[in-house]
Ligand binder design. Structure first.
Ligand SMILES: [Zn+2]
Length: 233
């Protein structure tokens, strides 16, 4: 995939996450730049998430420095840089402010996979128990350590969430279903004791983590929102 296509894809991802209410005036999506192991694309600090385009996707190195000195990177860049240093399997990272997912942490309620798509979080969604901004290397490293070698997401108590995946479309997909599962889980907590997917159900539903699924959900939201910068598959 060419760099222009990746910028288009990251911009569309941010815009669609904002459309869905998972990102607001802040929040960010990054991805590794293929062939340049130590640099990333990320949306610029000041770009309005409801209106940004590919020109607002800037380059940053793995120390969090912009490659163009006039560009301004997000203050919570450490979420991204620490995760990429720790996880060679991860090519895309999203920092979200998803309302229901975050509310679960504020209520002290465990995040459980209750929907079949929730099985993509079979390795758990732990709570990072620090509501401060992740604006230091130490905090970024603490986020990465809590994700560990396999997890796809964590909740930042009183703040938001971090989702990681192998591609931008996969990170979009996981972000959508992190909040979707949280919505049903929160409803279940209101009614009674939620029933989490059983061990064998978690196994059976691993079909949900596949490229055709990422593409289907991506296409659905591109058509629904009309947000498409020309990032052909
Ligand atoms: Zn944040």
């Amino acid at each position: 995939m060419k760099e222009d296509q990746i910028r288009n894809e990251v911009a569309a991802c941010v815009r669609m996450l904002e459309f869905l209410g998972l990102i607001d005036y802040s929040g960010h999506v990054s991805c590794r730049i293929p062939g340049a192991a130590d640099s990333l694309f990320i949306n610029a600090w000041g770009a309005g998430r409801h209106a940004l385009g590919p020109g607002d996707i800037i380059k940053m190195d793995l120390d969090g420095n912009p490659l163009v000195s006039t560009d301004i990177v997000p203050s919570e860049k450490h979420i991204h840089t620490s995760v990429y240093r720790a996880r060679p399997d991860v090519n895309a990272v999203a920092h979200l402010h998803p309302p229901v997912t975050t509310a679960l942490s504020a209520a002290g309620k465990a995040y459980l996979p209750v929907m079949h798509h929730g099985a993509i979080f079979a390795d758990g969604v732990p709570v990072y128990d620090d509501c401060r901004h992740v604006n230091t290397v130490a905090r970024g490293d603490a986020v990465a350590a809590l994700l560990g070698p396999r997890r796809r997401a964590l909740i930042m108590r009183g703040h938001g969430a971090v989702v990681v995946a192998e591609s931008v479309r996969a990170v979009f997909y996981a972000s959508v279903y992190l909040e979707d599962n949280a919505e049903k889980l929160a409803e279940a907590y209101k009614i009674g004791q939620p029933v989490a997917l059983r061990e064998e159900e978690l196994e059976l539903n691993q079909w949900a983590w596949r490229e055709p699924q990422f593409q289907k959900v991506w296409n659905y939201y591109q058509e629904k929102t009309g947000i498409n910068f020309g990032d052909a598959a």
